[in-house]
Design a protein around this ligand. Structure first.
Ligand code: NAP
Length: 446
């Protein structure tokens, strides 16, 4: 890998990179099948990713005809790596075993270790015989939608494909490693003005937020819409906030500290709710919600934005869904992609049907949506949320920080990149977009 890194840093051509032999094994972050039961009886909040995430060498698999080998310069931690590392809601080995039964190539994935990670920036080293649009030497980012295009169900919207998977979560050979194996249709051009780590943190969260808010598959946000955003400085929330501002909407951002509120103000969000300071208790106990608290929350939104939200950007789940459905305006839309705080959600159906609201389930993004979201990053219209950077060896610490909600935006991970700040191909473009704008989360993250 050292030779490959040296060549990348020296700006080697694709032909030169192709001539360097690939190592038989590579450094990666992985969980082990034998550890699946290690947290039995431990409360979810106390499960420690540092105990289950290992760093070590794993065997490099052969690539398939429609795949590419990418040298990973940087990656990022997503919440799915937290889920994998605490084996919740299910151990991910079941996903790998199912993929293993699908085809000869699928069999490579069903191993006793799972290399995790669903984001990457890097350089293409090899492509399979069926790859047309990419070649060794291309500088890329990777989105995580892994689809089998031989399946008819994949050809309207690939997120509807019956065997759609998230790379590095439901497949093996993920991005938290020095090498990764991906489908060629996961590749996108690396934004030329960003560093490796700034380029690596966007694809998963940025594309998810794009699909949830923009375009026909999501809430179809339009100019002037008021959008309530939970976790407005978190991974998906931080991109959602920017999409609302970018698209002429009015964001109402919910956060949990004065520091996060200040970050939202700096981004240009005027309507900010500090949920901790307000002390909302939407649940009286484990089974009873408090409509009075929903009303207090709704009033607060109205006092800040002048109206009820047209759209609610949901991902918290059980803790907030009742309040989200209640607060959403008559005829408005709640769009959800997750359930960080409980997936068995409950809401008062009367507020839902009598006021003709809509609830949309959303999941990642198809290639076209991911490409559009990447293009907006490349144009400098949407900024990376990089707030902190860790080396690959400290993937467990970085995951714990996210598990404990002690971060803002996204945590980047240096894989092959030896230091921060490398990989900028177009410094003039960076200057035009503005260092201050690009690094706003990094300055806050410290
Ligand atoms: P994140 O960076 O941890 O951000 C989540 C935010 O939610 C936190 O910053 C926190 O903000 C807020 N939050 C957490 N617990 C809360 C609670 N009990 N009540 C209100 N707010 C709460 O995570 P992320 O990357 O944005 O991901 C969020 C969720 O979406 C995760 O469950 C993840 O797995 C999921 N996700 C799904 C997809 C998909 O394709 N389906 C894609 C990306 C992410 P404050 O503390 O500041 O309020």
């Amino acid at each position: 890998m050292e030779k490959i890194l040296e060549a990348i840093q020296a700006g080697a051509s694709g032909a030169e990179l192709s001539s360097i032999p690939l190592p038989d094994s590579y450094r990666a972050a992985y969980v082990r099948r034998e550890d699946m039961g290690m947290f039995e009886g431990v409360a979810s909040a106390d499960k420690d990713p540092r105990k289950s995430l290992h760093i070590g060498n794993v065997a490099r698999p052969e690539i398939g005809p429609d795949e590419a080998v990418v040298a990973v310069m940087a990656s990022s931690i997503n919440f799915n790596t937290v889920w994998t590392s605490i084996f919740e809601p299910l151990p991910t080995f079941g996903f790998l075993d199912r993929l293993g039964k699908e085809s000869e190539l699928g069999r490579r994935h069903a191993l006793d270790y799972h290399v995790v990670g669903s984001d990457a920036s890097g350089v293409v080293l090899r492509v399979g015989s069926a790859v047309r649009n990419w070649k060794p030497g291309d500088r890329v980012t990777v989105h995580c939608n892994h689809v089998d295009d031989q399946d008819p169900s994949a050809h309207n919207d690939s997120m509807h494909a019956s065997n759609q998977r998230i790379w590095g979560f439901e497949t093996n050979f993920g991005g938290l490693a020095d090498l990764t194996i991906v489908k060629a249709n996961q590749l996108m051009p690396k934004p030329s003005h960003l560093t490796w780590e700034e380029s690596a943190v966007n694809a998963l969260c940025n594309s998810t937020s794009y699909r949830m808010l923009v375009g026909e598959n999501g809430a179809r946000m339009k100019q002037g819409d008021t959008v309530l955003i939970w976790g407005a400085t978190g991974g998906i929330g931080g991109y959602a906030t920017q999409y609302v501002l970018n698209g002429g909407g009015i964001p109402v951002g919910v956060v949990s500290s004065p520091e996060k509120a200040a970050l939202l103000n700096e981004l240009g969000v005027e309507a900010v709710i500090d949920r901790k300071a307000e002390g909302y208790k939407f649940w009286k106990d484990d089974v009873t919600q408090d409509e009075g608290e929903w009303r207090r929350f709704g009033k607060k939104i109205r006092s800040l934005a002048g109206d009820d939200p047209d759209i609610v950007f949901e991902h918290v789940g059980r803790q907030t869904m009742g309040a989200s459905i209640f607060a959403c305006r008559r005829g408005g839309t709640v769009v959800t992609c997750a359930a960080t705080a409980g997936y068995m959600v409950e809401f008062d159906n009367r507020h839902f049907w009598m006021k003709l609201k809509r609830l949309i389930g959303s999941h990642f993004a198809n290639y076209s949506e991911a490409w559009q979201a990447n293009r907006l990053i490349d144009m400098g219209r949407i900024q990376p949320l990089l707030s902190a950077v860790y080396p690959l060896e400290q993937v467990g610490d970085a995951s714990l920080k996210i598990h404990r909600n002690e971060h803002e935006g996204k945590i980047g991970i240096l894989c092959l990149a030896p230091t921060e700040g490398l990989g900028i191909d177009n410094p003039e473009k960076r200057e035009l977009i503005g260092e201050d704008k690009i690094t706003i989360f990094r300055r806050h993250g410290g």
